[in-house]
Design a protein around this ligand. Structure first.
Ligand SMILES: [Zn+2]
Length: 239
């Protein structure tokens, strides 16, 4: 039996046997992985307080022939700032569910790990308007599915300023005159916002202040894109 250490975020937990839990962890090295936290539902268990969703910790794990076993948890960040705050808790829960749904086990996604970690901390402390949106964009990008935002996907011409464009949840933007599917129009500022979130470093984007209406519309566009590619992951109006 070999031991290893993992810095990871708890993205899912489910009850197992009588007193145990199976934790789904998301780490920089391994991406999504599962481990058994024995006795963690027993009152007073030293694993109990740190097996909460959104907890960032160092996990000391034993490799076994079946599921690996958590021996010890040393917390780095516990999402206490979200406790008792329904909206914050809900937002974090969406991010975790989304991560769990779209990534496969044992595939490393270091950028997503970094962004998820920052997003949880930000939502707990002082929320930035764009945190969750940027997180979605990052995941899409890491899976190589980024929507096209500069060139019309039909005629291959570059989109010029003031041209009427629509957003297709399959591929990205198209001239309205090139679209045969009746996709919804998107405003120039929405295109700008989507370009910003897909092309700038995380730290820069989350600090941008965006008009509520543009934010809402861009979010809906991106959500439709996500749903087309991954199926329904998030409830209507999430984030
Ligand atoms: Zn076109």
């Amino acid at each position: 039996m070999r031991n290893y250490k993992l810095e990871a975020i708890v993205i899912k937990k489910r009850n197992f046997a009588e007193k145990d839990r199976i934790l789904t962890l998301f780490s920089k090295e391994k991406g999504k992985t599962e481990a058994l936290a024995k006795g963690s539902r027993r009152p007073g268990s030293k694993l109990a307080p740190y097996s909460d969703l959104g907890t960032l910790a160092r996990f000391y794990i034993s490799r076994t022939n079946s599921i690996d076993i958590v021996k010890e948890i040393s917390p780095i960040f516990v999402p206490e700032g979200a406790r008792g705050n329904f909206l914050r808790t809900q937002k974090i829960s969406y991010l975790l569910k989304f991560t769990d749904k779209i990534f496969e086990v044992d595939e490393s996604h270091p950028k997503t790990y970094f962004v998820l970690k920052s997003a949880i901390q930000q939502i707990c402390e002082r929320e930035f308007q764009l945190t969750a949106l940027v997180f979605l964009a990052n995941c899409i990008d890491e899976l190589g599915l980024e929507p096209e935002l500069f060139v019309c996907q039909k005629c291959r011409r570059k989109i010029a300023s003031k041209e009427k464009v629509v957003f297709s949840p399959k591929v990205g933007i198209l001239h309205r005159s090139c679209d045969a599917e009746g996709n919804p129009e998107i405003l120039e500022n929405e295109t700008k916002l989507l370009r910003l979130i897909f092309n700038s470093p995380y730290e820069k984007i989350v600090k941008a202040k965006v008009d509520e209406k543009i934010f809402g519309r861009s979010y809906q566009s991106l959500l439709k894109f996500v749903e087309w590619h991954f199926g329904k992951v998030l409830p209507e109006g999430a984030m």
